[in-house]
Design a protein around this ligand. Structure first.
Ligand SMILES: [Ca+2]
Ligand SMILES: [Ca+2]
Ligand SMILES: [Ca+2]
Length: 479
């Protein structure tokens, strides 16, 4: 009876508040791959390094668009804008980045500082600026050799989007229901994530609307790629059609999807549907369970092993934190050495590294919204991590294409990277104390990449034997 009553209430709510929702779900085949994967030359490659920022929290260039700004409230706008990103292009480029992923700039419902609550799909949010600003940003970025990735959401709209409230979009939303069982694919795909109106992406009208809209953003603004939000919450057949129809017109356009799942088989499926890359949540967990006080190298080894299930992981994104996960610096309780070890691994692995804004200072921040604080520009000048990231960006250019683990125990890992004739070896002590490390390794000489010091003396009888300090990380050029 209670259930029935709930249904009546929900039905009423659905009718009164959400004129667009549908109660009848049409059965559709969600797994069929109908469109071929277009695998042309992508604009992106292993040479890219992405800087990821939240537009609202990065840099405020104009107070004129600070319409909903209230810096005292963590969960509303703080004033950052598109022109603020443009102002800092040289800063981002100077660290060695080749691309910037910006959070969605689409017009949002009240309070949608993060950009994930679309209200009007054909507008830039008034707090972020105008479509002209975005065109300007892309144009300036391109002049400096930087690509722009736009965050794009098709799964849901904001709580009061125009599509939901205008009374003209019958059957454009799924029946309102909360996702209770994350192992139930239908529930995950059709439920209202975080209570947000879930678009009925099986409806051909909705598909056409979203695909047309995505193409409109590309054509209008000349952005180079999309970071696709909440991919696992949208039917697979949608992504197959979406990526095909975009690539039909823009074959080199880059699409990287967020599937918040550490299972590589699950992630790989979306490659097969047509996305170029996935955010590698498998490696993320491997990294964070390893490079920390009490971490275990076996966690990372397992993730590396799992990663081999990807047919081609080279356009995946590798990361150590983001706006949904606590900042790495906080995870390791402000131990700079562990942060450096994680960053070094991220830069050594043959996927595209993504650095979250503020990591370079480094900023503290626990889970959302603590990890979304305003960029602390006053800390840039004295940062010791900025030179480290610069070093890694150029190290990557010279040495990183192939990767292999050459030795380990549970508290250290040694991995080799190479590109053409250049070879380097990274040794990371994961232990929170001094550690004697010894393993078989053939080389003529070893040079410390950072200090240029000759460390060949540690090569004896076909072995490297050395003592690393607490959570110390060393990069060696191998000849
Ligand atoms: Ca502003
Ligand atoms: Ca708005
Ligand atoms: Ca959905």
């Amino acid at each position: 009876m209670k259930k029935l009553l709930n249904l009546v209430i929900m039905t009423t709510v659905c009718t009164i508040l959400f004129t667009g929702c549908t109660l009848e779900k049409k059965p559709v085949s969600k797994t069929n791959i109908k469109y071929p994967v277009i695998n042309n030359e992508s604009k992106f490659s292993l040479n890219d390094k992405i800087y990821f920022l939240m537009v609202d929290r990065f840099n405020d260039a104009s107070v004129e668009n600070n319409i909903e700004t209230n810096k005292n409230v963590k969960t509303t706008f703080h004033g950052g804008d598109i022109l603020g990103v443009k102002e800092k292009l040289d800063y981002i480029k100077s660290m060695g980045f080749t691309a910037i992923w910006i959070t969605p700039v689409v017009d949002n419902d009240l309070g949608g500082y993060h950009g994930y609550w679309a209200k009007d799909f054909y507008n830039v949010d008034e707090n972020f600026g105008t479509i002209e600003d975005l065109k300007e940003l892309t144009q300036e970025a391109h002049k400096k050799g930087i690509k722009i990735i736009l965050d794009y959401v098709v799964n849901h709209t904001g709580p009061k989007s125009d599509l939901l409230t205008d009374g003209k979009h019958e059957n454009w939303f799924h029946y309102k229901k909360i996702i209770n069982d994350y192992t139930n694919k239908e529930e995950v795909e059709d439920g209202w994530l975080a209570g947000l109106p879930d678009l009925n992406t099986e409806n051909p009208d909705v598909r056409k609307y979203l695909i047309d809209n995505a193409i409109w953003w590309i054509k209008e603004t000349n952005v180079d790629g999309f970071r696709l939000d909440t991919v696992r919450h949208v039917p697979e057949s949608f992504w197959n059609e979406f990526s095909y129809k975009i690539k039909e017109q823009y074959p080199d356009f880059y699409m990287i999807g967020e599937v918040w799942d550490s299972n590589v088989d699950t992630l790989e499926k979306y490659h097969e549907l047509g996305l170029d890359g996935l955010l590698d949540y498998s490696l993320y967990y491997g990294i964070k369970d390893t490079f920390k006080d009490g971490g275990f190298v076996t966690k990372l080894l397992k993730a590396i092993e799992n990663d081999k299930k990807f047919k081609d992981p080279s356009l995946n994104g590798i990361f150590i934190d983001n706006h949904d996960n606590a900042r790495y610096f906080s995870l390791v309780r402000y131990n700079v050495n562990y942060l450096k070890e994680a960053l070094t691994f991220m830069y050594s692995y043959p996927e595209i590294p993504i650095v979250y804004y503020g990591t370079e200072i480094p900023m503290k921040g626990g889970n959302d919204p603590d990890n979304r604080k305003d960029m602390q520009w006053n800390k840039v000048k004295d940062s010791k991590i900025i030179p480290y990231i610069k070093m890694l960006n150029s190290f990557r250019d010279k040495y990183v294409s192939n990767f292999k683990v050459v030795a380990n125990d549970n508290k250290f890992i040694a991995y080799e990277v190479s590109k053409g004739n250049s070879k380097a070896l990274v040794i990371s002590n994961v232990y929170n104390g001094e550690k004697n490390i010894s393993f078989e390794y053939k080389a003529k000489s070893l040079i410390n990449y950072e200090t240029k010091e000759d460390l060949s003396k540690y090569l004896v009888n076909g072995k490297i034997t050395m003592t690393l300090k607490e959570s110390e990380n060393i990069i060696l050029i191998v000849k």
